[in-house]
Design a protein around this ligand. Structure first.
Ligand SMILES: [Zn+2]
Length: 335
């Protein structure tokens, strides 16, 4: 009930908030009116409205400011605040006013300033090797601001998680892919090597309790959800998460989820996971034999468009017995 009023007032405020974007039904992102957000990058928006139970809250990941929606409205517009209070109390008996100023449970936010310090791919010159790499992989430009460049990856990791690397011998640059949860809170980041450095992908968790699932801050849980293994692959598919190896505990029906694994019929681990997906009644994409690409990004690089990929996925998606039959003939290993 109260959430309806909160959403109504967020809507009323939206035109006054710079770079305002609805991320999903309960998450909104914009530039922070308290601190003015990143001065270095005018396109960066680090402030969010997010939901806790029936109420909406404000949080800025740049200045750390956090408050309930009521106080945020008061800061922006006192008149609108009066209307908000009136609506919130309307219908409830005067003797039992609802405690709207109580913050029910304040989520713990980590300092994410180190991410703010990094240069995004969007900010790099087209001649920069990291940007050239991203362009070569045909990653959609709309994601250039959520992919970052770390010139000294090992030092960066050590500054966030001391002693991850005992020394920084072999220091090298990496692409940084930040993992945010549904409230826009950074909980992990992945460093992808540009060269032959091993491991090719290294994910650093800032919150050990969270599963390594990428893209949660952008997903619309009311729509069909796709899940790839790699974060980069997920950027080519609409409403897509990446969850390499993570056990996905989503409160969605299996029929509303399609898994897309890499094209590795000889990889026992992957084939095993595909069987598990079928068992749990999820939809499973099985690569058609005529396609040799090893993953979604590879398919894009060989010239397929995003629309063509969407068609390939939908025409080769199976569930239950039909998925089982397909998988049995597709796999090239003994499982
Ligand atoms: Zn702020």
């Amino acid at each position: 009930m109260s959430s309806y009023i909160d959403l109504k007032f967020i809507n009323l405020l939206s035109s006054r908030l710079s770079k305002f974007k609805r991320k999903n039904d309960n998450l909104f992102n914009f530039r922070c009116p308290h601190c003015g957000d990143s001065q270095k990058n005018k396109s960066k928006a680090r402030a969010y409205f997010y939901r806790v139970k029936n109420d909406m809250f404000f949080k800025c990941h740049n200045c750390g400011m956090g408050q309930n929606l009521s106080n945020f409205i008061k800061f922006i517009d006192v008149k609108l605040y009066d209307e908000y209070i009136l609506e919130r109390y309307k219908g409830s008996s005067p003797s039992t006013p609802k405690p709207i100023f109580d913050i029910i449970k304040k989520p713990v936010f980590k300092e994410v300033n180190f991410i703010e310090e990094l240069t995004s791919i969007a900010e790099l010159s087209d001649k920069h090797p990291a940007k050239k790499y991203i362009i070569k992989r045909k990653i959609p430009e709309k994601f250039f601001d959520i992919l970052l460049f770390a010139p000294e990856f090992m030092s960066l990791v050590n500054s966030v998680k001391p002693n991850t690397f005992p020394n920084t011998k072999g220091e090298h640059p990496r692409l940084i892919i930040p993992f945010y949860d549904t409230t826009g809170n950074l909980f992990a980041f992945q460093g992808r090597a540009f060269g032959n450095e091993q491991p090719k992908y290294l994910t650093i968790k800032l919150d050990e309790t969270k599963e390594k699932i990428y893209g949660l801050e952008r997903i619309n849980f009311q729509k069909h959800i796709y899940i790839t293994e790699g974060p980069i692959d997920s950027l080519f598919i609409d409403n897509c998460l990446a969850a390499a190896g993570a056990d996905l505990i989503l409160k969605v029906k299996p029929s509303d989820v399609t898994y897309i694994f890499d094209n590795e019929p000889r990889n026992k681990e992957i084939v095993k996971r595909m069987y598990k997906i079928i068992e749990k009644n999820y939809n499973l994409f099985i690569w058609p034999d005529e396609i040799q690409s090893k993953d979604v990004n590879d398919l894009i690089i060989t010239g397929k468009t995003i629309a063509e990929i969407q068609t390939i996925i939908s025409t080769n998606t199976h569930t239950g017995l039909s998925a089982l039959t397909k998988l049995n003939t597709w796999k090239k290993c003994n499982i």
